[in-house]
Design a protein around this ligand. Structure first.
Ligand code: NAI
Ligand code: ISE
Length: 338
């Protein structure tokens, strides 16, 4: 059986996911798309040479009897509403990060899913599907560097538009680390502080860039994450784990080493689409397979909530300059092994 997908939001990642679902992955097909920019959605489908019904309202996609499962790839503030509507319709939903703009919003999704009685939500945290992060986790889990003591991380984008604000460095960008570092270390955050270095001249009026986010975890691990979204030179994701007996680093993406014109060089990628292209393929194939098998296993609404609890504390720390607690409630049994 081919799983019929409805996609809400046909921008950058929406188009990428439509392309991969129809041309790369197995067992699913996009049959309906919606975007507030209807003409843009039509033009995108034409460019991709894909035929699908186009709707102006995302709720029409959710309600369509032709659609079995939903992908939410619209702007961050719309995620909660569409995910709640998909749960109300009893349809599985893959929601891009963040699940909602606040922990409160994520909690509403968690509560709705628990009330429904079965997992319906997967959050678009793709890094746990990345081969490099998986290899790093294996080293840690197998004791290759002893117990982790410190993590040094960086999340660098070449540039962001003027619509990107200081808080989005947390809710839109750091949210990936907030999820993947919990998964990597099997630990939870205890407190956080945000430090602002000198602002780059490449930033905009409403964005303080870069930022350094400092965590202490429940096990006492110290983590620093640099978020630098106008770094100018490329798209660069770094993660180094310092353990009791050694250091493990996230591998760099494969790149030919070039000796030319008296220089030794390798290329640095410039776009998240290329950096995580395989991870996106694997996460969405897992979603499709799991929906067909009747049991979701990927990043859950609870993971979305946990990341947003930490994000809320980071936002508070941005404002206060102080060390803020991260208060994570216990996980409901509903999310055990689900
Ligand atoms: P984008 O701006 O290129 O595309 C968003 C699209 O959503 C636009 O076409 C816009 O018209 C549409 N839209 C906005 N409100 C809508 C609504 N109410 N109903 C239907 N369509 C609506 O943005 P981009 O980069 O594609 O990001 C989309 C989402 O995906 C964001 O939430 C972002 O955080 C997430 N994302 C995740 C990535 C990842 O690495 N997992 C990478 C990039 C984006
Ligand atoms: C974007 O929305 C993503 O999710 C990318 O993975 C991230 O690197 C970027 O900072 C976000 O704006």
């Amino acid at each position: 059986m081919t799983l019929k997908l409805g996609v809400i939001g046909a921008g950058a990642i929406g188009q990428e996911h439509i392309r991969r679902c129809n041309n790369v992955l197995q067992g699913a097909k996009v049959v309906a798309v919606s975007d507030i920019n209807v003409d843009g959605a039509r033009a995108a489908l034409q460019r991709l040479n894909i035929e699908a019904e186009v709707y102006a309202d995302g709720h029409q996609v959710i309600q369509s009897p032709e659609v079995d499962a939903i992908l939410v790839t619209s702007w961050d503030p719309t995620h909660e509403e569409y995910t709640l509507a998909a749960i109300a319709a009893g349809k599985p939903v893959f929601c891009e990060k963040p699940l909602a703009l606040s922990a409160e919003g994520c909690r509403r999704v968690v509560d709705a899913e628990i009330k429904h009685g079965k997992r319906l939500v997967q959050v678009g945290f793709m890094r746990p599907y990345d081969a490099g992060y998986r290899a790093l986790k294996k080293v840690i889990t197998e004791g290759g560097i002893g117990e982790p003591l410190m993590l040094h991380c960086a999340h660098r984008n070449p540039a962001v538009p003027e619509s990107y604000t200081t808080d989005m460095a947390i809710t839109n960008t750091l949210i990936h680390e907030l999820d993947v570092l919990r998964w990597l270390t099997n630990d939870d955050y205890k407190s956080v502080q945000v430090v602002f270095p000198r602002v780059t001249s490449k930033s905009h009026a409403r964005l303080k860039d870069p930022q350094i986010v400092l965590f202490e975890t429940q096990k006492g691990v110290r983590i620093d994450v640099e978020i630098f979204v106008n770094c100018a030179y490329g798209y660069d994701i770094q993660c180094e784990v310092v353990g009791e007996t050694g250091i493990a680093r996230l591998p760099e993406p494969a790149s030919v080493q070039l000796r030319s014109e008296a220089k030794l060089s390798t290329t640095i990628l410039t776009d998240w689409k290329d950096r995580f292209i395989e991870a996106y393929d694997v996460e969405l194939q897992a979603f499709i397979n799991d929906v067909k098998a009747g049991q979701l296993t990927g990043p859950s609404a609870w993971d979305g909530f946990a990341a947003s609890v930490a994000a809320d504390a980071c936002l508070k720390a941005q404002q206060s300059g102080a060390i803020e607690p991260v208060e994570m409630p216990p996980r409901p049994a509903f999310y055990d092994k689900k």
